[in-house]
Design a protein around this ligand. Sequence first.
Ligand code: CTP
Length: 403
Amino acid sequence: MDKPEIVLGVSGGIAAYKACELLRRMTESGHSVRVVPTGSALHFVGQATWAALSGNPVATGVWDEVHQVPHVRIGQRADLVVVAPATADLLAKAAHGLADDLLTNTLLTARCPVVFAPAMHTEMWEHPATQENVATLRRRGAVVVEPAVGRLTGADTGKGRLPDPAAIWEVCRRVLARGVRAPDLAGRHVVVSAGGTREPLDPVRFLGNRSSGRQGYALAGVAAARGARVTLVAAHTELPDPAGVDLVRVGTAVQLREAVLKAAADADAVVMAAAVADFRPARYADGKIKKQDGRDPEPVALVRNPDILAELSADRPRPGQLVVGFAAETDDVLANGRAKLARKGCDLLVVNEVGENRTFGAETNEAVVLGADGSETPVPLGPKETLAETVWDLVAGRWTDGG
Ligand code: CTP
């Protein structure tokens, strides 16, 4: 089978240079890429660069090379259209169906998945006009990648940076893998927690756990590729920042609870994939705890952390919100899973069998997803993305059944 054809739209922002790296990743993966810059994008990176890197002709207007480039065909033939960077102006045009150049025409004729990677100043991103345009595009099924936070063009910093090309490509790869299936999470806001909490004992020590964050990151990435607006609340993990999600970093269970509850206020679903410490040291020593010659160390007293999953399940911040938990069990996996599902009160519980070298940190996962309705969905050993797809299938299925 031929590799899917990609249209890379580039609008006029300084981040246009990063699209060269994105284009390189696409062509190195064997895709044929047609670059469609806007006229203003050419102020930043010239036509010759796009043509040389893509190996394809490059046009900006519908009147360029009319005999060779029938403009409607570009959108019709595409398997994926990606606009990176997408300026506030381009998003506005796309949301309103304007078509005054080749890129906006392509967006109207395309019937394939569309990914926008916005980049602009924080004020422009936060402006209600832009936010409403983004919401419109998402509602119609486009994947709009959340901009990254960091240094902007000048000395200022804030939200609005184009995410790393590698991270944008990761989103595109997931969208391509879904093929023509509709982005069934479009218009939904989902919250995913990931990673392992760290409970400090003193300024240099903490109680932690082995969670790598991979399963939570896979859940967040897959949800974004299926069209959801995603808030990822990440405790400790060494994974690179994913593109396409709103990332909130936390350290302790108490901080994770605060961030999850805040994001859950308007969420359609919350998935608690984080490994949350059940206990934390009762006291935090402001200075490093020193050993005392000839004396045994003081025992470390622990206190319970709040159970976020149970709290969310009992007191849903939004009616009809779905809550998904994870259970890591070493013995009597199914029986313990059922008991935990009942105790926590969530809608779905993903039960993993864990051990020294199983699940934590691994690239693969094997699980069974238990439903409060008595359902049992086994997920055979496979990539964590497969389990993530199953979890979202089950969530989306409940929305379809229950509205
Ligand atoms: N969890 C939570 N808050 C906690 C502890 C856990 O929200 N303080 C969530 C985890 O994110 C996970 C689920 O609860 O989704 C299961 O966590 P687990 O540690 O397996 O369950 P426990 O209740 O700690 O059960 P036990 O220690 O009895 O195995």
